[in-house]
Design a protein around this ligand. Structure first.
Ligand code: BGC
Ligand code: BGC
Length: 664
């Protein structure tokens, strides 16, 4: 590829990770001299440690990390090693399969749950059942259960759903985001799960991408700041602790995963899983910085992107995965593939699977999210190792990394979910935190018409009669977006527990204020009702339907029908604020002149009262755009700093409104 192997040096810290003492112990182990007891004595340990653990040093938490890893690795067969590298979907994970294939990891895909509306206890039972199977194998290596908790524990009924990252970026508040990380970790642990496929640290450069809402910002610096969610989830490395190595503080934390490495947010026209055309310098300047921050803060795992860089699939990119991430950045955790990514290395999918496995494993992928064709994966990888195509050193590197994460997170000592944490799921303190995040993420884009008309916000609470309209005013599923209960997200109010924006408005106004809610009023309804018993003002909440991944790719970025006509019908005769519920900036230029106020609420999640908190002035507006608001899609891609920069609302924009509740 003609790229310098260590370019970008200086913008991250390189740390030597093998401590001398561990290296000495390793040599002792290699030479095979002495009994375990003699070696323990040589290492300054007390005799009898081995006995307590049946001679198995890897089970002894007092042993140094590398010694435990070496000891365990030395005992493992090829089948056991390949098992550690395999992550299968929970649907397949019967006790027999987990035991028979020595399965190292199990996941829930989007919407994959033990039962609809399953309780925390039901989740813990499921995970613990699988764990019992793993613990009953010859070496008793615990399996690692993982799930996407990309805006709270979204798959799980009654979990707190936080704003998607696109909103969190607008808070510019890394401390708040760290607290969110800690809350998410607790809710995930409440279901017996110790590992999340989050945060997404994509730097979305084109809002036409269906995953733009999973990105904190178009600006790598903002994304870097928001990686504070990692020490939130995993716990903070103590000040005297080692930086840059996988770290999980305790059983109330989870192992995190920064994804999708690298350049996922830079694909041409924002097409999901497509090709990112960029020089190595641009890749380092735009898409790589969040990984420096993630690695130095001890992120446990990194997920590789489906996308390609300059035509080469990231899953086959030895230079970026091994030379750069592992050897230059010194990432010591494990690298995981994305969902069915080895199948997707070819078009059509899954042709020459064995070759894709070869490319992926040789590129440096350690754990493979298979998630269904695990028998074929195991058979093929076994052949590739047995015939020498993949050296055992590569397999050992992968397994060593997986074991390192499992040991550092205390999984061997605490393999089972703790049912006493059930009360953490969706608890009031977490909902309060989510509500705070909502009001800090909402951005006030316009307040008052252009010709000196008086601002509409904050809305008076003691109005006589107000109108609330629009497809997104009273739809919990819509305001949560994708990755909520199901992969693609849902419509309606029965999916989980939460408060819609309409609920929030009803709670906020004076008890004598009449709130009229009509989802899609026509113009004559508004006019007729406005005669005599007029509406003091209207709140119109419109936006995008939920979506995930490629299903959200859009070339037009227009508001969902009948949103634009509802805006016209209402704002034609009543003073109105339009609230947008969307995963990204949308086309608003055609109507922005006709509305009195415009607010971007992003995808706020279950706590809709965060929106009414700012509309009615119980809290001020502080959110600042973390993305450029374009005028028309023809301008895209257009990011802050670009030569052709001519936005409707620039990056960083957002009216501040320091308010007290209004009584006018
Ligand atoms: C997504 C990942 C996700 C995985 C598991 C993939 O399709 O790209 O972000 O972690 O599925 O659900
Ligand atoms: C799964 C998701 C996954 C997606 C990828 C869905 O069926 O539920 O977890 O990300 O497929 O295509």
């Amino acid at each position: 590829m003609g790229v310098p192997a260590a370019a970008g040096g200086g913008s991250y810290r390189v740390i030597l990770l093998v401590p001398t003492t561990a290296a000495v112990l390793f040599l002792l182990l290699l030479c095979g001299c002495g009994t375990p007891a003699a070696m323990a004595a040589a290492a300054g340990g007390t005799g009898g440690e081995g006995e307590q653990y049946g001679g198995a040093r890897y089970k002894d938490p007092r042993q140094p990390l590398n010694r435990r890893i070496d000891d365990l690795l030395a005992r493992m067969t090829l089948a056991e090693k390949i098992g550690q590298m395999s992550q299968i979907e929970r649907e397949n994970a019967t006790a027999d399969v987990v035991r028979g294939y020595f399965v190292g990891s199990v996941l829930s895909g989007g919407g994959s749950v033990p039962a609809p509306n399953a309780t925390a206890e039901a989740w813990v039972d499921m995970v613990n059942g699988m764990q019992r199977a793993a613990m009953s194998t010859r070496l008793g290596i615990p399996m690692l259960y993982g799930i996407d908790a990309v805006h709270g524990h979204g798959n799980v009924y009654k979990a707190t759903v936080f704003p998607h990252n696109v909103g969190l970026g607008c808070t510019r508040d890394p401390e708040l985001v760290k607290k969110i990380g800690a809350a998410v970790a607790l809710e995930v642990r409440a279901t017996g799960i110790p590992y999340v496929f989050a945060p997404c640290v994509a730097v979305c450069r084109d809002p036409r991408w269906g995953r733009c809402y999973e990105s904190f910002s178009e600006d790598p610096k903002v994304v870097q700041q928001m990686t504070s969610i990692i020490p939130g989830m995993q716990g903070e490395i103590p000040s005297n602790g080692r930086r840059g190595v996988p770290f999980v503080a305790e059983q109330r934390n989870v192992a995190a995963c920064s994804k999708h490495y690298v350049g996922d947010g830079g694909t041409t026209k924002g097409i999901n899983e497509n090709n990112t055309v960029a020089t190595f310098h641009d890749l380092l300047a735009i898409h790589m910085p969040p990984y420096y921050s993630a690695v130095i803060q001890g992120v446990s795992t990194v997920m590789v992107s489906f996308s390609s860089w300059n035509g080469v699939k990231m899953h086959a990119n030895h230079f970026l995965v091994t030379d750069f991430l592992k050897n230059t950045l010194r990432f010591r955790g494990f690298v995981i593939s994305d969902w069915r990514a080895f199948d997707k290395m070819t078009t059509p999918e899954h042709t020459d699977y064995i070759n894709s496995i070869k490319l992926g494993i040789l590129a440096g992928i350690d754990m493979v999210m298979i998630p269904y064709t695990y028998t074929e994966f195991v058979d093929d990888l076994t052949i590739l190792v047995q015939n020498g195509t993949i050296p055992m050193t590569r397999i050992d590197d992968a397994v060593r990394r997986i074991l390192r994460v499992k040991f550092t997170m205390g999984l061997f000592e605490n393999p089972y979910g703790d049912p006493s944490l059930a009360g953490e799921l969706g608890k009031p303190e977490h909902r309060e935190l989510a509500r705070e995040a909502v009001r800090k993420s909402v951005v006030l884009l316009k307040n008052g018409k252009d010709h000196g008309e008086k601002p509409l916000l904050p809305l008076p609470k003691n109005a006589g009669r107000i109108l609330v309209a629009g497809s997104h005013a009273h739809n919990l599923g819509y305001q949560c977006g994708g990755w909520t209960i199901t992969w693609l997200g849902v419509s309606g109010n029965n999916l989980t527990v939460g408060t819609t924006i309409l609920d929030g408005i009803r709670h906020a106004v004076d008890k004598n204020t009449e709130v009229v809610y009509v989802e899609s009023p026509n113009a004559s309804f508004v006019e007729e009702n406005n005669n005599g018993r007029s509406f003091d003002y209207a709140v119109v909440v419109v936006g995008e339907p939920p979506y995930a991944e490629g299903f959200g790719d859009s070339l037009n970025l227009t508001i969902m029908e009948p949103g634009p006509s509802v805006i016209g019908n209402v704002c034609g005769s009543v003073r109105c604020v339009v609230v947008l519920v969307s995963g990204r900036p949308m086309v608003v230029e055609p109507f922005v002149g006709d509305v009195d106020a415009l607010v971007a609420a992003w995808l706020p999640g279950t706590e809709g009262e965060g929106v009414s908190d700012v509309l009615f002035g119980d809290h001020g507006f502080t959110g600042k755009l973390a993305r450029t608001w374009f005028r028309s899609v023809e301008q895209l891609p257009m990011n802050v700093g670009d030569k052709h920069y001519d936005p409707l609302f620039p990056f960083g924009f957002g009216f501040g409104l320091e308010t007290q509740p209004s009584t006018a």
